[in-house]
Write a protein that binds this ligand. Structure first.
Ligand code: GLA
Length: 386
């Protein structure tokens, strides 16, 4: 019912109640802080701009109260399986699925009200050795491979239907010059495997979001190839929700501006953008041509600080660079759906072992003691004090 001025206005009867109400309200205001208390966490500070995720291992989920689990629960509202949903783990033999790790991480996500990201359905690396070959080791026919892909995707996506928010359907399928990676998937099926995979995933869970994910998305060749691929996916009427830009970075690559250019180019195609595997090595960049056959020598050259702390001057450069990328993400939160760090703390980052085993890298948002890095801490403080 529309309230008239008359019914809202005071009369002799309502006045004392109103006065009592007003004084109670004033009293309660003076007793309470002006804003409800919010736990100082990254996810609270980011709010509804985008989800913030981290990659985690099934092992981390197995122990309930570790530093990693506490940080995950406090700071992140999205989680992705670091390894346990990859083909070699989840589907090691044609007739064998191993859902133990996937189940535990999905349960953890549900119990903690986190968005679960499935990673990854098709990837040339960490693929089970049987997947593309027959018993003699020869490539299978296109029909056989298509059938295997269908059954792989239907089984995995079907099992987690309604529980996984979105899937990295294809990972790393385009190389820097813009051509398709010459993986067995491509050699046997050509580009069709991408469209098939998207179709099968959609059949298995029509509500799940579907992504294509890759690294080095600032390379113009790769970026343009994805732009063309998005068009061809649209033409076929297939579902594609977002492009995942992995975001494995170093102290000297990429530039913020070129990353932004790719983000905007993907968004202009009408798909979402996600930073899916964010980390930034603080150690010297190892080029592909570096000789790391002598691991001990390489460790000295490429792990120059350990056992001393990373010099403050270097840590500052790292923090400024990460802060600049973070500012970029916040600036483009209208097109950015998610930012996921590839690991919880520096202690468990894959970068400690790649490309030189045994290095001591510090690429993540939380340090080995579980403390947020300065740019994370500053963001949380500034946002929650606004
Ligand atoms: C790629 C994959 C990830 C992970 C990282 C490095 O980016 O997508 O699953 O394996 O490499 O560990």
């Amino acid at each position: 019912m529309r309230k008239t001025y008359k019914s809202m206005s005071m009369n002799k009867k309502t006045l004392p109640f109103a006065a009592a109400f007003l004084s109670a309200a004033l009293f309660s205001c003076s007793q309470q802080p002006s804003k409800p208390a919010v736990e100082p966490s990254l996810k609270a500070a980011v709010g509804d701009r985008f989800t913030v995720g981290a990659a985690a291992s099934a092992l981390q989920m197995a122990v309930p109260d570790t530093q990693a689990v506490r940080i995950l629960k406090t700071h992140f509202n999205s989680i992705v399986a670091e390894n346990c949903m990859k083909c070699e783990v989840i589907h090691p033999f044609e007739a064998t699925y191993n859902f133990a790790g996937g189940d535990s991480i999905v349960t953890f996500a549900q119990e903690n009200n986190m968005e679960m990201i499935g990673h990854c359905l098709l990837w040339h690396s960490q693929m089970a050795p049987w997947f593309c070959v027959d018993s003699l080791g020869n490539n299978v026919s296109p029909d056989v491979l298509r059938q295997r892909i269908k059954s792989h995707i239907h089984t995995i996506v079907g099992r987690y239907k309604g529980k996984v928010h979105g899937w990295d359907v294809c990972n790393e399928i385009i190389v820097e010059d813009g051509s398709f990676r010459k993986s067995p998937l491509f050699e046997i099926l050509g580009t069709e495997f991408v469209y098939d995979a998207l179709q099968f995933a959609h059949e298995a869970d029509p509500d799940a979001e579907l992504y294509l994910n890759d690294y080095g998305m600032t390379a113009p060749g790769r970026r343009d190839a994805y732009l063309a691929l998005i068009d061809s996916i649209k033409v076929r009427g297939l579902r594609l929700d977002a492009i995942g830009m992995q975001g494995h970075m170093g102290m000297d690559y990429p530039q913020v501006e070129e990353f932004e250019q790719s983000m905007l180019a993907f968004a202009a195609k009408g798909v979402g953008v996600m930073v899916t595997e964010w980390d930034m090595s603080i150690l010297p960049t190892v080029t592909q041509s570096a000789n790391i056959s002598d691991v001990a020598e390489a460790r000295k050259e490429f792990d120059p600080y350990w056992p001393n702390a990373v010099p403050d001057s270097v840590a500052r450069v790292w923090n400024d660079r990460m802060g600049a990328f973070w500012a970029l993400f916040v600036k483009h939160s209208d097109i950015l759906k998610r930012v996921t760090a590839w690991g919880v703390t520096d202690a468990a980052s894959w970068k400690n072992d790649f490309p030189v085993p045994g290095r001591h890298d510090e690429p993540l948002l939380f340090d080995r003691q579980g403390q947020p890095k300065p740019f994370v801490k500053d963001f949380i403080t500034n946002e929650l004090n606004k």
